[in-house]
Design a protein. Structure first.
Length: 252
């Protein structure tokens, strides 16, 4: 190999070496700048939550108080918050039917609430929503106007449907149901808006109630204020229990 060829080969090696050095240097600089930018971006995105926004129509929930309670429990910046845990905390309130939580920037949380809508009382302490779910808020006097249902907890939907069906039957006679109970053994007891309790049993419910309505219309409607309870579990007729001081005998 000639001297000029050796020099040319050496020069090419040096060129490749310096090119690699330059590229590596640029890469290090780029990574450093990128890492710094990412740290700054992360720091901007991951600031402490400055605001909690509550959305959704509510009647029973105090959204301001709920937001303050949430804010008091936030111990991490925005990106490190466990949104599922926050959601579970929200639905722990008996009036919250469902809740969704989203991150927003500038650092804040947006909470979408769906409130429970009570359609009936459940026993003495609970309420039912339109899906037949039981929830247990602090009961207020305003809920006394709701019908009172009770029975096995797994039968809520059946009891609600029975209540609506029977209410339509009784409304034709100018009566309204205010309560319905399904006993463990399947027997039904009704409460009417005039204060009368009707023991209906578990067999032939509709025929028994139709017979009762006929007897009530013909013989008992005028004396409704004196009646405490009517037992319709008989083949013919009914048994009437009168209120104290009514001065009546049981009728069959």
């Amino acid at each position: 190999m000639s001297r000029s060829s050796v020099e040319q080969h050496t020069q090419q090696g040096l060129d490749r070496y310096w090119r690699s050095v330059v590229l590596l240097t640029l890469l290090v600089v780029f990574v450093g700048i990128g890492s710094s930018a990412l740290r700054e971006l992360w720091g901007w995105l991951n600031q402490p939550v400055a605001e909690i926004r509550m959305a959704g129509a509510t009647r029973h929930l105090d959204k301001t108080a709920l937001a303050q309670t949430l804010a008091g429990g936030l111990t991490s910046p925005l990106l490190q918050l466990d949104l599922k845990q926050i959601q579970e905390q929200l639905v722990g309130d008996p009036w919250v039917h469902s809740a969704s939580v989203r991150r927003q920037w500038p650092p804040s949380l947006e909470v979408q609430l769906e409130e429970e809508v009570p359609v009936a009382r459940w026993g003495d302490k609970g309420l039912l929503n339109h899906q037949g779910d039981i929830f247990w808020p602090e009961l207020k006097p305003e809920y006394r106007a709701l019908p009172r249902l009770s029975g096995p907890a797994h039968e809520t939907v059946r009891i609600m449907q029975q209540f609506h069906d029977l209410n339509r039957m009784f409304s034709s006679e100018g009566l309204r149901l205010t309560g319905l109970t399904l006993e463990t053994r399947g027997a039904w007891t009704l409460e009417l808006d005039n204060g009368i309790r009707v023991i209906a049993g578990r067999e032939q419910l509709v025929p028994r109630l139709k017979r009762f309505l006929s007897i009530y219309r013909q013989n008992l409607a005028e004396k409704a204020g004196q009646i405490e309870q009517i037992d319709i579990r008989y083949t013919n007729g009914v048994a009437v229990s009168w209120r104290a001081g009514a001065g009546q005998d049981n009728a069959g």
